[in-house]
Design a protein around this ligand. Structure first.
Ligand code: IVH
Length: 714
């Protein structure tokens, strides 16, 4: 069903046309909903359906006065208007400590016994259950009804995905049974089965869309769809295994709680068992490991938990992990493949990084085609601290190599099978010049140690196109200016086409495009809508946070934290500009050294950056285009404003990150080490040398409760 407006871009619709389009879309989407849900006989693909919903939403956002009573955005298929709402977990969602071998498990039980002072003969039961490789979800029920479903997020705050969670058949919307406590928070893992994953990828392929990497990423992506109608087409499952806030406890053991969850209508993992004896527990681990290939979902270890909830309570937490649980991980997966080539990439600071091009191989459920080889020495068989790698075996193109991949870690090459080395292959010769611009590539000598740096760098600086492109990518990237629609591919294409050569050129794109005969909208992959969107996105970052701007320049050694320190110190870009450009090199260097958090390496790098005329040229042209926002001065009367605080020991009421974020929000500076400059040390249980040092130096100390009292949150 189409009308005369159905092919017109949202931006080009007038009020009348928009109204007619919304009417058409309401009818059309309702019809497809009925076909899909009612008759299980969809006429269009998920992607086309998705496009209709997006168009409806886009028009509504442009013409809010035209939103219809019967709008699809108000109905089942619920479309969130923006990103997800945040949910603060009433009790933080924890993570787990890891055990990598049997000894770690014995140590874990020993530690707990010691902590609890359990006599040798006294039994302590542990449960063992698979660690599901999915994403955790917290479901809050009030008076037995599902009210909120939230992702873990950073543990303290997650995203509200209630509508999406309701599409998961394992998630009851009403709890079964009598005597359900008023508040029940059930936590567990959302995952996608292998079959559902393969099936979805087949559908994606048929629609010419990119396929997903593994079931976990797919489950996460599916749960976080803005349109719950899409989540509904992705078969997700849920295992319940933990809880958050409970107004009453229906059981006194872990096993008892999980049994109760089953009675409430949840699925619980059938492989969960409890053991009094560690050997038996480890036997179960090995059994699960052996059964792993047969399971229809991914697991990456076995979780052990103290069964008795009273003991769990006594054991408590240490920072963000419980003392009463541990994840016994399966060993990283390994596989042999062939090293097809070693390519050299040139980064934005000129570092030459060798990259292994591999015969594609599946390791740990992911197809691996590349692996980083770090640097010249690594290829030779030497680690960054001079340690021998792979028994000193070097890597040669054509070698059979063993890959290891654990979790999300970048795959590593662990070994080389010398017996399979093809006859006559030569050692890899690391280039002595930059493969992109031809300038010589050298290893700097560290002034302090007198040793050659492990990284070889192109000396071409600003004339090296590879460095220029990488700098541009960095400038536009998420952590820096975060320009929507200007990703790595677009940067490369624009650079190649001569549209942009440096960061300042980005901001004159629109104006130059308007005067040019070769318009962006006519370039392959672009249209008038996407071109206009990009220009708008560029305009939107003209007022960027000062630290993002400084970070975006890609000055060597100036990371996000240093950029923040500089912004805080100088307050606005004019002051920073003046300090960097109107003083002598030595003065710049000395001034920088007095900035909190900045040492000689960073000061030197900044001095060098601002003494290079071509950098100054870009810097000045950029400042005509961009007006970084001055740093908001923290206007509060908190007693910790401007104070340097150190947190040490285990914090029990907040995570370290939370503590740091909280202190910074109040205007304090958080440091990792105690010195004369420290104003306050907040020490939790187990604090050691830092607390002692503070006492020796006469620095004020307090505990977590004292901290909360001080900041007025007790
Ligand atoms: S218990 C208080 N049990 O692993 C304990 N976690 O590394 C909280 N996970 O964030 C977790 N299967 O997403 C527990 N059977 C299981 C699990 C499990 C998977 C995940 C969970 C957690 C992460 C911690």
């Amino acid at each position: 069903m189409t009308n005369e407006y159905s092919n017109i871009a949202i931006e080009a619709l007038n009020h009348k046309a928009a109204s007619q389009e919304l009417e058409r879309l309401a009818l059309e989407i309702t019809r497809h909903d009925a076909l899909y849900h009612g008759k299980d006989n969809p006429e269009i693909s998920d992607a086309e359906y998705d496009a209709l919903r997006r168009r409806n939403l886009g028009i509504e956002q442009r013409f809010p006065d035209l939103i219809r009573e019967d709008s699809p955005s108000k109905k089942v298929g619920f479309v969130a208007l923006d990103k997800f709402e945040k949910v603060t977990h009433s009790i933080p969602m924890l993570s787990l400590e890891n055990a990598f071998n049997d000894q770690d498990v014995y140590d874990f039980t020993k530690r707990m016994r010691k902590f609890l002072n359990l006599p040798a003969g006294e039994k302590m039961s542990l449960t063992a259950e698979p660690k599901i490789d999915g994403l955790s979800l917290s479901l809050r029920y009030e008076k037995g009804k599902l009210v909120t479903a939230a992702t873990r997020g950073d543990g303290a705050t997650g995203e509200n995905v209630t509508e999406n969670a309701k599409t998961i058949s394992d998630v009851p919307t009403v709890l079964a049974g009598d005597n359900i406590p008023d508040v029940v928070e059930i936590r567990g893992e959302v995952y996608m089965s292998h079959a559902a994953f393969l099936d979805l990828n087949k559908r994606m392929e048929a629609q010419g869309k990119p396929t997903y990497v593994n079931p976990r990423n797919t489950a996460a992506g599916s749960l976080r769809q803005l349109d719950s109608a899409i989540t509904a087409t992705r078969p997700l499952n849920f295992f319940a295994y933990a809880w958050g806030e409970m107004s009453a406890m229906p059981a006194t053991t872990q096993m008892g709680m999980v049994e109760w969850m089953r009675a409430c209508g949840f699925r619980i993992n059938p492989l969960m068992q409890s053991f009094e004896n560690i050997e038996e527990l480890l036997k179960h681990y090995r059994q699960i490991e052996a059964d792993r290939p047969e399971l229809v979902y991914d697991i990456d270890g076995v979780v052990y938990k103290v069964d008795d909830l009273a003991l769990q309570a006594r054991l408590g937490l240490k920072s963000r992990v419980p003392r009463w649980a541990i994840a016994h991980k399966f060993p990283a997966e390994k596989a042999w493949t062939i090293l097809r080539d070693i390519e050299i990439q040139v980064g934005r600071t000129g570092a030459l990084t060798p990259v292994a091009r591999l015969e594609p191989i599946t390791v740990g459920g992911v197809v691996v085609t590349n692996a980083t080889l770090h640097n010249e020495d690594y290829v030779k068989g030497v680690g960054s601290k001079g340690e021998v790698l792979r028994d000193g075996k070097d890597l040669r193109v054509g070698d059979h190599v063993m890959l290891q991949r654990a979790g999300d870690v970048i795959p590593q090459i662990l070994d080389v099978d010398l017996s399979k080395r093809p006859y006559g292959v030569e050692p890899f010769e690391f280039p002595t010049s930059c493969p992109v611009c031809g300038s010589s590539a050298i290893r700097d000598v560290n002034e302090k140690t007198g040793k050659a740096d492990s990284v070889k760098r192109c000396t071409g600086g600003l004339i090296c196109p590879a460095q220029a492109v990488e700098r541009l990518k960095h400038f536009a990237s998420r952590g820096a200016l975060d320009i929507d629609g200007l990703g790595d591919k677009q940067v490369e294409a624009f650079y190649e086409a001569g549209r942009i050569a440096d960061a300042a050129d980005i901001f004159t794109l629109r104006e130059r495009d308007a005067r040019s005969l070769k318009k962006l909208k006519d370039m392959e992959g672009w249209g008038s809508t996407s071109a206009a969107k990009l220009f708008d996105a560029i305009d939107a970052v003209r007022e960027v946070d000062m630290y993002r701007y400084i970070f975006g320049l890609g000055i060597r050694h100036v990371g996000e934290q240093t950029a923040k320190d500089l912004s805080k110190t100088y307050g606005d870009i004019d002051a920073f500009n003046k300090a960097m450009t109107s003083l002598s090199e030595q003065q710049v260097y000395d001034e920088l050294l007095s900035v909190d958090g900045i040492g000689s390496t960073v000061a030197q790098a900044l001095k060098e950056f601002f003494s290079e005329t071509r950098n100054l040229d870009v810097w000045n042209r950029l400042l005509v285009q961009v007006k970084p926002k001055p740093v908001e001065q923290v206007a509060n009367d908190s007693p910790v404003v401007g104070k340097t605080v150190v947190f040490t020991g285990s914090l029990e009421q907040m995570t370290r990150d939370e503590a740091k974020a909280m202190a910074e929000r109040l205007g304090a500076k958080v440091s990792g080490s105690v010195s004369k400059k420290t104003d306050l040390v907040v020490a939790g249980p187990g604090a050691g040398s830092k607390l002692k040092k503070a006492e020796d130096l006469g620095v004020e100390t307090t505990d977590e409760d004292g901290w909360f009292k001080l900041i007025g949150r007790d």
